[in-house]
Design a binder for this molecule. Structure first.
Ligand code: DGJ
Length: 330
């Protein structure tokens, strides 16, 4: 009797320690998932399916088999607590790219007509000269995803990619093309190829992201400085086809975007208001598994976009409201 009581007590303690709820989003901190491990979803992107958010990114945990590249998937109902759904891609070199081949910045789109989840990612050789997008497909959001093909969108070099889904559901890919700038292209109806160029913005930016807010498109990106942070910039346009305004800093330039690099802007439309979240990576190139996430609600509207100094905050995804709070995860 005493033995079983002790066992029950230990199980209870284990359950409350592993399922501790995060109450806040704390930019730059360790973000424990439902297992208590730091979230591994670097260079990532988020889609919402019904009331569930899925976050995909580069899995860079220590001890992975170096032959493979991994994409992780996490799910959440509140954007604050993330359940690890597994590595939905575990891929060996698909096209004889050689040692150090690269799979970065995965983004997933759900195609309503084919009912397929279509993942785009940057596929490259170690020296970043292959410069293509890869596509992998799944029947379910949480995989597994099967590699289909790679290509250069509209025959252009493509390195960092970003994802944008407009309010009418149209899916766009953003990709960086060193010599020319960055492209915003519309995906074909089945999302398995690129249909049309919307804009070629003559600005050398990577980590590209777009949001449509109150009738205006805002595009952001970072300069081409490898893993090192730099002052990210934004421009606006009334149409995805441009013309785009001049680029301006999104934060005090000396902070180098608070040591981060953009990966996506996520619009949370609630019953009371809308919050646009700046999602960025704080890379640690020599300890990638410990790279952190800087997510912050943006000040946005009337053609202006501004990232305030990061601090803990919380969001109510139902109402769309956010507020700044004390660090109550501790
Ligand atoms: C900057 C990109 O944004 C990252 O995804 C990564 O490709 C690094 N360059 C590599 O230097």
């Amino acid at each position: 009797m005493i033995r079983s009581t002790i066992i029950c007590f230990l199980i209870f303690i284990a359950a409350i320690t592993t399922n501790a709820q995060n109450k806040i989003i704390n930019p730059g901190a360790i973000w424990p998932d439902d297992r208590g491990n730091h979230v591994q979803a670097h260079g990532g992107g988020i889609i919402k399916i019904k009331d569930t958010y899925y976050w995909y990114g580069e899995e860079r945990a220590q001890g992975l088999d170096p032959k493979f590249r991994y994409v992780s998937c996490y799910s959440s109902k509140d954007l604050t607590n993330w359940k690890f759904k597994g590595d939905v891609v575990k891929m060996s070199d698909p096209e004889n790219l050689g040692d150090g081949w690269i799979l970065e910045r995965p983004k997933v789109y759900y195609n309503k007509s084919t009912r397929k989840y279509v993942m785009y990612f940057h596929l490259d050789t170690r020296n970043y000269q292959y410069a293509r997008v890869g596509i992998a497909v799944s029947d379910k959001p949480d995989g597994n995803y099967t590699f289909v093909k790679s290509f250069r969108p509209l025959d252009h070099q493509s390195r960092d990619i970003g994802q944008f889904i407009d309010d009418d559901g149209t899916a766009y890919l953003i990709f960086e093309d060193r010599a020319l700038g960055f492209h915003i292209v519309k995906l074909a109806d089945d999302y398995m190829s690129v249909a049309k160029e919307m804009s070629l913005v003559h600005m050398p930016l990577e980590g590209g992201a777009v949001v449509h807010y109150n009738g205006l498109y805002y595009a952001i990106g970072s300069s081409l400085t490898g893993w090192d942070p730099n002052p990210n910039k934004y421009a606006t346009a009334t149409s995805l086809e441009g013309p785009w305004s001049e680029f301006k800093d999104i934060a005090p330039p000396e902070t180098k975007t608070y040591h981060s690099q953009s990966t996506m802007m996520l619009k949370v439309v609630g019953t009371k208001t809308t919050t646009v979240i700046f999602m960025a990576d704080q890379w640690k190139p020599n300890a990638q598994w410990d790279s952190r996430y800087l997510w912050m609600p943006l000040e946005i509207g009337d053609g202006k976009l501004w990232l305030n100094e990061p601090k803990p905050w919380s969001i109510d995804v139902k109402t769309g409201e956010h507020k700044f709070v004390a660090d109550t995860n501790k």
